[in-house]
Design a protein around this ligand. Structure first.
Ligand SMILES: C[S@@+](CC[C@H](N)C(=O)[O-])C[C@H]1O[C@@H](n2cnc3c(N)ncnc32)[C@H](O)[C@@H]1O
Length: 216
């Protein structure tokens, strides 16, 4: 087992958590530094409520944990392990209101509709609101290859194509095309692509510098 999250998962006899198993070490890698801290964590997609229990047990009592879902039935989990708000991930006003209520945002896990257009809409709203040092994780991106989720192999509307554009954007210092994804412009310090999970790290950036030191 890779760590606390997987241990929670396999011993869970509360409400259902639904995760691909290879995600656990990836969560630990990017979220581990925030354990036990007063981190502000937002999960898009509450479903059966079990994942919020898992995140509460992982991040600890000081974390501010919010989940959002379009399904009004998810309101029954409000106040259990975190706050639950009902609305759509493609509604910028709703998202901004939730973040305001949270008092800011350090971590996002997008496990919502998995529709490429919705993923982009959430990113456009939430990444600018993410704190410096924050992490934005999007899972189940296999759906970006499926037309029924607004995706497709190398289809321009697929979120995977946005990921590729962000790689070019990160290197805008070295070409003349500028940054195309405005939401992450100037703040995308790291981009990590795993099977079905993409992780974006945020840090205010300044122009890279290089130097030479030592004897010739
Ligand atoms: C994969 S489930 C979430 C699973 C949960 N995070 C877990 O780990 O057990 C996806 C959830 O996203 C919700 N959803 C679908 N479309 C949405 C939208 N536009 N905005 C917010 N949530 C949405 C669904 O109602 C569903 O509960």
């Amino acid at each position: 087992m890779s760590g606390d999250l997987e241990r929670f998962f396999w011993s869970n006899d509360g409400p259902i958590v639904h995760k691909w198993l290879h995600y656990f070490p990836i969560y630990e890698r990017y979220f581990g530094a925030f354990k036990g801290k007063p981190v502000r964590f937002l999960e898009i997609g509450v479903s059966k409520g079990g994942s919020l229990d898992m995140w509460r047990s992982y991040f600890g009592p000081e974390a501010v944990i919010f989940g959002i879902d379009i399904d009004p039935n998810c309101a029954e989990f409000d106040g259990r392990s975190g706050a639950v708000r009902i609305g759509s991930q493609d509604d910028p006003e709703f998202l901004a209101k939730v973040v305001e209520e949270m008092g800011g945002l350090d971590l996002v896990l997008d496990d919502g509709s998995h529709h490429s257009r919705h993923i982009r809409k959430s990113l456009d709203t939430l990444f600018p609101l993410l704190s410096d040092g924050g992490v934005y994780m999007i899972e189940d991106l296999h759906a970006a290859y499926w037309p029924s989720f607004g995706g497709g192999y190398r289809r321009p509307s697929s979120f995977m194509e946005v990921v590729k554009v962000m790689i070019d954007d990160m290197h805008h210092w070295y070409h003349s095309r500028g940054e195309k994804v405005q939401a992450t412009a100037g703040g995308l310090s790291g981009l990590h692509v795993h099977d079905s999970i993409t992780v974006l790290e945020k840090q205010a950036l300044s122009r890279p510098a290089h130097a030479q030191r030592g004897r010739n």
